[in-house]
Design a protein around this ligand. Structure first.
Ligand code: BG6
Length: 502
C-alpha cells in the first residue's frame, strides 16, 4: 500500500534477533529497502535476544542471512559497510525487568547518534509464548510509551484458538493502541495478493459480474511441496487449519469476496474484510464432516525422491493426529455470494508448490452449437496465479481455425515475468516499509483475527474432539486424501490446478 514517501527516522528493535525469521526474512528485507532507497536517512536495527553476540557478530549473522536469502544475492562490500553501521545488538532475558532497563539505555544511545527521537518498532520475531511477557515488560519499563511513534509487530500464529487470541488482544491492547499494532499475515504483502485489490477495484470490467448471478464457484488452492521441515515441534500443535486456513487462505477469500471499499484507508479496507468473515457460515458440529476434510501425509515420492511420512519428521509425535492437509467448503451468506461455494484447500508434501485462485463462471444459458462442436467446452474461468508463477489468466471459448465450427478453450494471459522487467519486492519488504510509514492496510486488525478464528472454531473443535482413525491418509507427493476429491466431486466439480505455463 506504499506511496512514494520516505518514512521518518526509525529504530527497528527485533526481539528474537538470533532466530530464523530475523535471519531469513527481516534482515534481507531491510537490506533491500536500504538498497532501493526506501529506508529513512536515519535508521537503526537493534537485535535483542538471549544469545551472546557482539555488535560485529550480530552484523555477520544478518549478513549471512542476506547472502543466502536476499533476492539480490550477496551484498556488495560498499553497500554492506554502509548498512552494517546501523546494526547493533543487545543481549536480553525477555522476562527480566533489568534487561529492559539496559535495552532502554541502548535505544536512547542509538537515538542520540541518530540525532533525536525515532519511531520505535518492536518486532516480535519470537515464539508466541513470549509475546504477552514482552508486551507487558515494554509497557512496564516505559520503553514503548510514545503512542504516536511506537509500534509493535506481531507475527502469526496470533493465538491458538479464539479464546487465546482474545486474551492476547486484551494484553497487547492494554499497552498499545490498536493503530500501533501491526499483526502480520505475510500473504497480504505478496505482490500478487496486493494486485487482487488493483484487479478488482481499478477495473470496471469484472465488478458487474462479480456475484452469484455469474459466478458458479471459487477455488483457492495453496499447495506446498515441502513437508514440515524443521518445524515439527510447532506444527504438531498447530495443523493445517490453524497454520494456513485461519489466516492466509481466509485472507485470500476475503479479497475475492469483499465489497468495494470507499477508500484505501486502513480501517475502511479492514472493515470490508471483517464483513466477509462475519458472513461466512459457521457449521454446526454435526455438519462439519460434510464441509471440511482433513489429511495427514504418509511416506511417498516427490519429484523422484523418497519423502518421509509426517509421523517420521523430526519433532513430530509418532502417533500424531495433526492434519497436514485441510479442505473446506465455505459459504458467504450475503446478497452477493449466497449459495456460491468457496472451496479452499491447503497441504504439505504435495506434488508441487502452487498457490492459485480460480473463479469459475456459470455456463452460458443456452448452448446453440451442435454437440460435436463443443466436445472441449469449458465455462469461463478467471485464474489468479499467486505463486510461484505470477499472473492472471482469463479462459474463454474460441473457434479453432478450420472449416468446421469447433470450440476450444483459449487464454488471455497477463504474466508478471513478461510484463515487467524488475523483480517484485518480497512480502516482508512491503510490510516493513508500511510499518515504518504507519500504514496498517495490509495488516490484521484485532477484530479481524478474532472473526477468522470464529470461522474455523467449529471445525477445530470437532477435529480435536475426534481424532482421525485414518491417518496417514495420503502419500507424500499426491494431492491429498480421497475425501478431498469427494468433497468437491459431490457437487459435480473437481479441483483445478492451472499453472500459467499450461
Ligand atoms: C507460514 C506457515 O505462515 O506460511 C508455513 O506457518 C508455510 O507452514 C508458509 O510453509 C507458507 O508461506 P509461503 O510464502 O511459502 O507460501
Amino acid at each position: 500500500m506504499t506511496s512514494a514517501v520516505k518514512p521518518e527516522p526509525a529504530a527497528l528493535i527485533i526481539f528474537g534477533a538470533g532466530g530464523d525469521l530475523a535471519w531469513r526474512k527481516i534482515g534481507p528485507a531491510m537490506y533491500n529497502l536500504f538498497l532501493d532507497g526506501w529506508l529513512p536517512d536515519k535508521f537503526a536495527v537493534i537485535g535483542v535476544d538471549i544469545k551472546d553476540f557482539s555488535d560485529s557478530q550480530y552484523r555477520e549473522r544478518l549478513k549471512d542471512g542476506i547472502d543466502r536469502f536476499s533476492r539480490r544475492g550477496k551484498p556488495a562490500d560498499d553497500d554492506w559497510e554502509k548498512f552494517a553501521q546501523a546494526i547493533s545488538y543487545q543481549k536480553a532475558d525477555f522476562t527480566s525487568a533489568d534487561s529492559y532497563k539496559n535495552l532502554s539505555l541502548h535505544i536512547t544511545s542509538v537515538e542520540k547518534q541518530l540525532g533525536g527521537n525515532s519511531n520505535r518498532i518492536f518486532y516480535m520475531a519470537i515464539p508466541p509464548a513470549f509475546i504477552e511477557t514482552i508486551a507487558e515488560q515494554l509497557g512496564n519499563s516505559g520503553i514503548a510509551s510514545d503512542k504516536e511513534r511506537d509500534r509493535i509487530v506481531v507475527e502469526k500464529p496470533f493465538g491458538h484458538d479464539l479464546e487465546s487470541a482474545k486474551k492476547l488482544n486484551r494484553v497487547i491492547c492494554s499497552i498499545f493502541d490498536e493503530r500501533q499494532i501491526y499483526r502480520i499475515d505475510h500473504y497480504l504483502g505478496k505482490e500478487t495478493v496486493q494486485n487482487m485489490l488493483a484487479f478488482r477495484f481499478a477495473n470496471a470490467l469484472f465488478e458487474p459480474i462479480w456475484n452469484r448471478n455469474y459466478i458458479d464457484h471459487v477455488q483457492i488452492t495453496v499447495a506446498e511441496q515441502v513437508g514440515v521441515e524443521h518445524r515439527g515441534g510447532y506444527y504438531d500443535h498447530a495443523g493445517a487449519l490453524r497454520d494456513m486456513i485461519q489466516n492466509h487462505l481466509l485472507q485470500l477469500l476475503c479479497l475475492i469476496a469483499m465489497e468495494p471499499p470507499v477508500s484505501f484507508n486502513a480501517d475502511e479496507v479492514r472493515n470490508k474484510k471483517v464483513e466477509v468473515l462475519s458472513a461466512i457460515r459457521k457449521y454446526q458440529p454435526d455438519k462439519v464432516h460434510s464441509y471440511a476434510v482433513r489429511g495427514q501425509y504418509g511416506p511417498g515420492w516427490i519429484e523422484g525422491s523418497k519423502a518421509a511420512g509426517y509421523r517420521d519428521e523430526p519433532g513430530v509425535d509418532k502417533e500424531s493426529a495433526t492434519e497436514t492437509f485441510a479442505a473446506v467448503k465455505f459459504f458467504v451468506d450475503n446478497w452477493r455470494w449466497q449459495d456460491v461455494p468457496f472451496y479452499v484447500r491447503t497441504g504439505k508434501s504435495m506434488p508441487e508448490k502452487i498457490s492459485v485462485i480460480t473463479i469459475q463462471f456459470r455456463p452460458v444459458p443456452h448452448r446453440a452449437f451442435p454437440s460435436e462442436s463443443i466436445e472441449n467446452w469449458q465455462p469461463n474461468r478467471l485464474i489468479l496465479n499467486i505463486q510461484p508463477e505470477k499472473g492472471i489468466r482469463l479462459r474463454f471459448q474460441a473457434k479453432k481455425p478450420g472449416l468446421k465450427m469447433f470450440l476450444t478453450p483459449v487464454d488471455m494471459t497477463f504474466n508478471y515475468e513478461s510484463s515487467y522487467v524488475s523483480d517484485p519486492p518480497e512480502a516482508y519488504e512491503t510490510l516493513l516499509l508500511d510499518i515504518m510509514l504507519g500504514d496498517a492496510t495490509l495488516f490484521m486488525r484485532g477484530d479481524q483475527v478474532e472473526a477468522a478464528w470464529e470461522v474455523v472454531m467449529p471445525i477445530l473443535n470437532l477435529w480435536q474432539s475426534s481424532a482421525s482413525t485414518e491417518f496417514p491418509n495420503y502419500s507424500a507427493g499426491t494431492w491429498g486424501p480421497e475425501t478431498a476429491e469427494a468433497l468437491i466431486a459431490r457437487d459435480g466439480k473437481n479441483w483445478l490446478i492451472l499453472p500459467l505455463k499450461n
